[in-house]
Design a protein around this ligand. Structure first.
Ligand SMILES: Cc1cc2nc3c(=O)[nH]c(=O)nc-3n(C[C@H](O)[C@H](O)[C@H](O)COP(=O)(O)OP(=O)(O)OC[C@H]3O[C@@H](n4cnc5c(N)ncnc54)[C@H](O)[C@@H]3O)c2cc1C
Length: 667
């Protein structure tokens, strides 16, 4: 791995002269937009990326200058300092017994301001009318949950990247409810595809493709090899530092001629592949070299947040990873497709994830959906009328929580208690306690939707039975990091011939140019001489442990790694990957935002660790279904409730939860 391990002594304590020199070369001493150290002590707000003038519709200058505009905050974001401490104290047993009473009575309080919580508010408002009083409580300093936006400014121009939830994956698979919501919010797929088509093939036209960075710690030498997927595999591997045996084995596996499970029927093979990891399939069944494992290990991380040791070989086959071509496996019927990556759960038509309309990616990812939802709930807070103008719209955070509007979004508020005011089946009200900046408050409502995470609910809602709590705690959300780096130019990418790089042995296992797209007034960088946002992804894994354990360990790692360690690793990795083609980590990095998500993707079932029934069917025996049972005036939303890490699941679960409490309100 290219990063100094998190357990290394902090940079400032007893640093050697050699490290000091390395740090200077990496530009560690230079001020970037802002540094957040562990626990959020921020220093050095500099002017290097702050705009000098407003351009066109982009009006958020003043807000950024005083550092108060959440999407422009850099340093350690995602689960940022200040957002999770109260919940962790609650987990350790702390209680808040004497909350101050807030003189508010809402029809609905929603816990969680992610896409699911915002959708729940939207559906409730639609069902109960404009005057319905709704309060949304979220522990972060920005709305959107995982669907956050990173907004960088440099010399008067805005550069966007998603800080979490990336795209509308397989929109053709969205349910009537989820697709209908996007449509009502103004997301017009036809207009979207026409707009992005203008620039979407820029990188291809420049001859850029995919490359693999082989790091010296894993592969013996630092080398970026371009042409993955374009060159025949043998030719591509020829210039890699892999051993001859690994190269031969990879060529064999990619060639896909051998049947490694002779004598078994297609169904028998699939059954076997469901119970063996892809790693073990490669090593023990296909007899591949260890170099093959190192080369392919990061392949499934973007979907599963683990390496190939914790992913069933059957899933690898579904994802068309190498090694299965000669097995003669019959295509899987749509109704048997996996929650990941094919997604039948929560999706009505069971089509493959790669069928139908292509994925939709907005300049700030699915933060666009969150912003459109907030616009629908609080039109004045997010000015504008279309999916195009929301990209540059300046959110007035001061309007999110005002007494003169029926819908209110209260940020930096962690809910620590939910209970009915009386017996669950007869109570007319629910009360919720939340902690905001160290003070506890109690608010009343006619009903509540818990659109927060399954692993939080047992701690805040004691009224539910023990077996339901157990079911809610069954899954472990997957940790991951999306890092956004504003760089001054992308000439080094052009010189290297890559727009995206897989780095299977490195700290961030992928890096690449932000997508080339145009929407409304926003146009991503079209000129390699100009700044661009580079996206890097990391999935902390501990091969050898179960998937759940790996996620738990990974979560701790993310929370205990400070920004400085991340920054050093980022600069080091960019320098080693692109330095030979001209990238200078000391001068080319303008700003860094590390979006860490210790509680990331919803846990989806996996045949190595869970019953096949849970992984392949919509069985009500799945813990996610048992866990989401409503009681009285409280229902449960969030993508965890579908065991599906997808935006459509977040929306579908919000709809179900609102229907459940609405029928409870009618009785
Ligand atoms: C890095 C990343 C990339 C992703 N990419 C994609 C993608 O490309 N496509 C896709 O479809 N899905 C993607 N996802 C999955 C994503 O989780 C869902 O699409 C969706 O955004 C989930 O929305 P949600 O509202 O269900 O949950 P969340 O977005 O997690 O929102 C729940 C909110 O509740 C808050 N909360 C929890 N407990 C409390 C409490 N006690 N009090 C107050 N608030 C609380 C949480 O902090 C959070 O803000 C991605 C997820 C991550 C982390």
């Amino acid at each position: 791995m290219s990063l100094i391990p998190p357990s290394s002594p902090p940079h400032t304590l007893g640093m050697s002269k050699k490290q000091d020199k390395l740090d200077r070369e990496l530009g560690m001493g230079r001020s970037i937009s802002r540094r957040d150290f562990l626990n959020g002590v921020s220093v050095a707000l500099t002017s290097s990326v702050l705009p000098t003038s407003a351009v066109g519709a982009f009006q958020s200058l003043q807000a950024q200058e005083n550092g108060n505009y959440p999407p422009t905050r850099t340093g350690m974001r995602g689960s940022h300092a200040g957002s999770f401490e109260v919940a962790h104290e609650m987990r350790e047993g702390k209680t808040w017994e004497r909350p101050e009473t807030v003189d508010e009575l809402h029809d609905l309080v929603v816990v969680g301001g992610g896409i699911s919580g915002l959708s729940a508010a939207y559906f409730f408002k639609k069902l109960h009318g404009e005057r319905a009083r709704i309060l949304i409580l979220d522990n972060h300093d920005d709305f959107g949950g995982h669907a956050k936006r990173n907004e960088f400014w440099h010399q008067g121009k805005m550069y966007l990247m998603n800080g979490g939830t990336l795209n509308v994956e397989a929109p053709a698979q969205y349910s009537t409810v989820a697709a209908g919501l996007l449509w009502e919010l103004g997301i017009d797929r036809t207009r979207y595809y026409e707009s992005v088509a203008k620039v979407s093939d820029l990188y291809r036209k420049l001859g850029l493709g995919y490359g693999v960075f082989f790091d010296r710690e894993t592969f013996g030498a630092d080398r970026l090899v371009a042409g993955y997927g374009k060159l025949p595999i043998r030719e591509f591997l020829a210039s890699s530092p892999l051993s001859e045996k690994a190269k031969t084995d990879l060529a064999r596996l990619y060639g896909g001629k051998e049947d490694y499970l002779t004598g078994l029927s297609s169904d028998e093979k699939k059954k076997k592949l469901a119970r063996v990891s892809y790693r073990d399939y490669l090593v023990e069944i296909a007899k591949a070299d260890a170099g093959v494992v190192a080369f392919l290990n990061s392949r499934p991380m973007g979907l599963f947040c683990t390496g190939i040791d914790a992913v069933p070989a059957l899933y690898a086959w579904e994802m068309e990873f190498p090694g299965f071509g000669g097995l003669g496996l019959a295509p899987t019927p749509p109704e048997r497709l996996l929650a990941e990556p094919g997604g039948a759960h929560g999706r009505e038509n069971g089509a493959r994830a790669d069928s139908g309309d292509p994925d939709m990616y907005f300049p700030d990812g699915n933060a666009t959906i969150a912003r459109l939802l907030v616009r629908a709930l609080l039109p004045k807070a997010v000015p504008g009328r279309s999916m195009e103008d929301v990209v540059a719209s300046h959110v007035d955070y001061g309007l999110l929580d005002r007494g003169d509007h029926p819908v209110r979004i209260r940020l930096e508020s962690t809910v620590v208690k939910v209970e009915h005011d009386g017996p669950v089946d007869r109570a007319r009200e629910v009360s919720l306690t939340y902690v905001q900046r160290g003070r506890a408050f109690r608010v009343r409502a006619g009903a509540a939707v818990l659109a927060c995470w399954n692993n939080v609910i047992p701690y805040i809602w004691s009224e539910i039975p023990e077996d339901q709590k157990k079911a809610l705690l069954d899954g472990v959300k997957a940790p991951l990091v999306y890092t956004s780096v504003l760089v001054s130019n992308w000439k080094s990418f052009v010189k290297a011939g890559v727009s995206g790089v897989s780095a299977p042995g490195s700290y961030h296992v992928s890096l690449g140019l932000g997508p080339s797209l145009s929407l409304g007034d926003y146009r991503s960088s079209q000129d390699p001489e100009t700044p661009v946002v580079v996206r890097m992804s990391r999935y902390p894994c501990s091969p050898g442990l179960s998937r759940r354990e790996q996620h738990r360990v990974g979560r701790e790692e993310l929370l205990s790694t400070d920004f400085e360690t991340c920054e050093r690793g980022i600069r080091d990795q960019l320098g080693r990957t692109l330095g030979p083609s001209g990238f200078d980590p000391a001068s080319d990095v303008l700003a860094i935002t590390v979006n860490r998500w210790p509680h990331g993707y919803a846990y989806a079932y996996n045949t190595l660790y869970d019953p096949e029934e849970w992984a392949f069917t919509s069985s009500p025996s799945r813990p996610a279904i048992r866990g989401r049972r409503p009681w009285g005036r409280v229902a449960i939303a969030n993508s965890d409730a579908a065991a599906s890490p997808h935006t459509d699941a977040a929306i579908d679960e919000a709809y179900r939860a609102v229907m459940e409490i609405s029928s409870a309100l009618d009785t």
